[in-house]
Each structure stands twice: as C-alpha cells, then as structure tokens.
Write a protein that binds this ligand. Structure first.
Ligand code: B4P
Length: 259
C-alpha cells in the first residue's frame, strides 16, 4: 500500500476548525468544567438524519458531548510515561462517554490477580520494558471487539502494535477519529512520576521507560501523522488545562461541519 492510498483510505473528513462546535471546557481552579455546546440548529439537523442521540441534543439545545455526536469517538492517547494519558482519559470519558481502555491498567489487574499472564508481564513492567506482543495484541483485540467507541490509553506503543491495530480496526469496521499526542519534557515526567511513587516509578525505571518511549513509541506518531489523525497536545500545564486542550481538539474533529 502506498502512502497516498493509506492517506486516502484512513483519513477522516475533518471539519473546518472554524465551523466546528466548541466544547465548553473551562478551567476553574483545579477543576475542568465541561459541557457540550452544540447549538439547537445542530441538534435539529442531526435529528433529521435519524440520529437518536441527536434528538436529545435538539431537545435541550446542548446536552452532553456524547449526545450531539454523529460518529462514535474512537481515539488513542500517545505520550511518554507520566504524560497524563490515564489522567486525561478519565476527563475525556467524562465528556464524550466513550469507554476508557488502558493497557497499563489491564496489565496491573492481571498482576494483582496473580494470573499466569500477570506473572509474565510483571517482569517486563518492573524493568521498564514493553510487555511482549504475544500478550498485548490478543488482550487489546478482545477489548476492542466489544466496544463501539473507545479511548485507548497506552496502546499502541510500537510500530508493530500500530500496524496490528490498523488491521484489527479495519476488520471490525471501526475507523479511528483521532490520535492525541501528549507532549511533555522528560524532566517534568521524571518529577511527576517520582511524586506518584507507583512500584515502577523509581528514577531508574522511569528513565528506562523514557528511553523505550523515545526509541519505540515516538515513531508511532509519524505513522498516524501520515493518516492525518494526529493531534499534538501541549501537556505540560495543569491537569484541567491539558484537559481543555485535548477535549477542544478532539471535539473539533467530531462535530459535523457547521455545528
Ligand atoms: P501505563 O500504565 O500506560 O503508565 P504510564 O505511561 O506511566 O502513565 P500515564 O501516561 O497514563 O500517566 P498518568 O496519567 O498515570 O504503563 C505502565 C507499563 O505497562 C509500561 O511501562 C509497560 O511495561 C506496560 N505496558 C502498558 N501498555 C503496553 C503496551 N501497549 N505494550 C507493551 N507494554 C505495555 O500520570 C502520571 C502521574 O502524573 C500521575 O501521578 C498524575 O497525577 C500526574 N499528572 C498527570 N497529568 C499531570 C499534569 N498535567 N500536571 C501534573 N501532574 C500530572
């Protein structure tokens, strides 16, 4: 497949930024206040298209983010360890109601339950390395098969995982909406994670995870840039500020033109 055919087959129709509706995501102290802002006309227009969720939007003139959506949100969060993928996934879930799938959380659950898979994964996690694809791919495929929309946090982490995901989503007929690339300086990440203090948050393991990120995961952003799915997000600010950035950027891709 050539680059241009990849672009043509995978590129979503991106509404003009100016015309896109704006998420009302306001930073107020430590909180991000989020509400949908699709105007009445938008809801009515979508309702005419038989979109049941949009009828709710038309009824109240705004409604939560998810109510005004024509297409389900299917997105990926990429970023270095500690960039806030898990933190932001929870905020995005609050706004768009798409299920949050975190490969890190799935693995930690297996470790906690003492499963065979968990025992194998733990060795890699404690070394700051990527868990092998034999474990990861099946785990993610199973989760994605059951979800119409999703916020995928921590997957893919390599070009091989990204290519596998392309094939899985093509088979399922579930194209991606966007890939948010959370951009944070390494030293900020080290500080944040040392403060969190999870088992794999010692300075030595954090630096190894960063090395693995730069070598294996960062190139994945190029993969999605070619598919015109990449949204670079400034992620060094406070949690609500980053939440505002990511939600408004994703929202502008989701809302239909003129709404
Ligand atoms: P993950 O669970 O994905 O962990 P992470 O990258 O460290 O965290 P994240 O970016 O989600 O940061 P968070 O929001 O929690 O992976 C753990 C391990 O699992 C990997 O090292 C690997 O071994 C394995 N693994 C997972 N997926 C894999 C895959 N696909 N393939 C192979 N192996 C895989 O935030 C971190 C901290 O920063 C928190 O304390 C938070 O409060 C704070 N924070 C967040 N945003 C902030 C902000 N804006 N300002 C200040 N602090 C902030």
């Amino acid at each position: 497949m050539t680059i241009s055919s990849v672009k043509q087959s995978m590129a979503p129709q991106r509404p003009a930024k100016k015309a896109a509706a704006q998420a009302q995501a306001e930073v107020a102290g430590d909180n991000v206040q989020i509400s949908g802002s699709a105007p009445k006309a938008c809801g009515a227009q979508l309702a005419q298209q038989g979109n049941a969720a949009a009828e709710q939007c038309a009824g109240n003139g705004a409604g939560p983010g998810a109510a005004a959506l024509r297409t389900p949100l299917r997105m990926i969060l990429i970023g270095p360890p500690g960039s806030g993928k898990g933190t932001q996934a929870r905020l995005i879930n609050q706004f768009f109601k798409a299920p949050h799938i975190s490969t890190g959380d799935l693995l930690r659950q297996e470790v906690k339950q003492g499963t065979e898979l968990g025992k194998q994964a733990q060795v890699y996690m404690q070394a700051g390395k990527l868990v092998p694809d034999e474990i990861m791919l099946k785990m993610v495929d199973n989760k994605l098969a059951g979800e119409e929309s999703f916020i995928l946090d921590g997957f893919p982490r390599s070009k091989a995982q990204a290519e596998h995901l392309d094939q899985t989503l093509a088979k399922l007929g579930k194209p991606l909406t966007a890939v948010a690339n959370l951009m944070v300086d390494d030293e900020i990440v080290v500080k944040r994670l040392k403060e969190r203090g999870r088992q794999d948050d010692t300075e030595e393991i954090i630096r190894e995870r960063l090395k693995v990120y730069h070598e294996q995961t960062e190139p994945v952003t190029g993969h999605y840039q070619l598919q015109t799915l990449l949204e670079p997000v400034e992620a060094e600010g406070s949690v609500p500020q980053v939440g505002y950035n990511v939600i408004t950027q994703i929202n502008s891709r989701l809302r239909p033109q003129g709404c």
